[in-house]
Design a protein around this ligand. Structure first.
Ligand SMILES: Nc1ncnc2c1ncn2[C@@H]1O[C@H](COP(=O)(O)OP(=O)(O)O)[C@@H](O)[C@H]1O
Ligand SMILES: O=C(O)[C@H](O)[C@@H](O)[C@H](O)[C@H](O)COP(=O)(O)O
Length: 203
């Protein structure tokens, strides 16, 4: 936790730089209804920045944060640590446990931010609720590899990026989502600002 806080501080920037005008909200649009979201799922391939942005959003909103990696059974972690990509059968139970946690957090009117790769539409269907919004961390292979290479001490090694990109089905216009691109060069603070503005959750 402390390590993550320090890591975010170092990529936060001063926190005062404005988001460049050309990015604005045009590339950060939400499809779907206007209801305020109750669950934000930060999705994307390994190393795209889900955990860091998810924690930033949760801190800003004062919502609980759920780290999807923590819900993998030991067999899945063993596979990924050995460089073997997961298959659908490895993922269904994991996704169902995340959906159950989401429902626990939101059933009494609460809200939650979750980091989960949610690479395929069918995976997102398990997490999708009327007030779920997906924040999709996109980027060129080079940008994503740079982020992944900067991370140490994680079971997911950068060699897994190719299989993750091959599995990825980006959210389409029918899915309520926002897209953030690593190539925009934003600090995590700026990314969070775009998301909160885009979702009408800025205070
Ligand atoms: N906006 C950003 N700018 C630069 N580096 C970032 C940004 N967001 C995340 N990173 C870095 O990318 C790496 C992967 O981030 P992480 O949140 O662990 O990804 P994921 O949870 O998607 O696997 C980390 O080293 C993190 O510090
Ligand atoms: O479905 C999967 O193949 C995994 O869930 C994977 O997509 C996820 O990325 C891992 O949990 C690694 O963790 P990071 O995404 O944090 O690298």
């Amino acid at each position: 936790m402390q390590r993550m806080t320090d890591e975010r501080d170092s990529i936060r920037g001063a926190g005062t730089r404005s988001v460049p005008d050309h990015i604005g909200s045009a590339q950060c649009t939400a499809a779907g209804d206007d209801d305020k979201p109750m669950a934000i799922v930060v999705m994307g391939v390994c190393g795209s920045g889900k955990s860091v942005l998810g924690r930033e959003l949760a801190d800003s909103l004062e919502w609980p944060f759920v780290e999807g990696d923590d819900f993998h059974p030991p067999e899945n972690v063993g596979k990924m640590s050995a460089g073997v990509p997961l298959d659908d059968d490895d993922r269904w139970g994991w996704l169902r446990s995340l959906a159950a946690r989401m429902d626990d957090e939101t059933s009494g009117g609460g809200s939650v931010v979750m980091a989960c790769s949610a690479l395929k539409r069918s995976y997102r269907d398990i997490l999708r609720r009327p007030r779920t919004v997906f924040v999709y961390l996109d980027g060129s292979r080079d940008e994503l590899e740079r982020r992944l290479a900067a991370r140490t001490g994680h079971f997911m090694k950068k060699e897994m990026l190719d299989s993750q990109l091959a599995t990825l089905e980006p959210p389409d216009d029918g899915e309520r989502h926002l897209r953030i691109d690593a190539g925009w060069g934003l600090t995590v603070h700026e990314e969070a600002r775009l998301v909160l503005d885009g979702l009408g959750l800025s205070s």
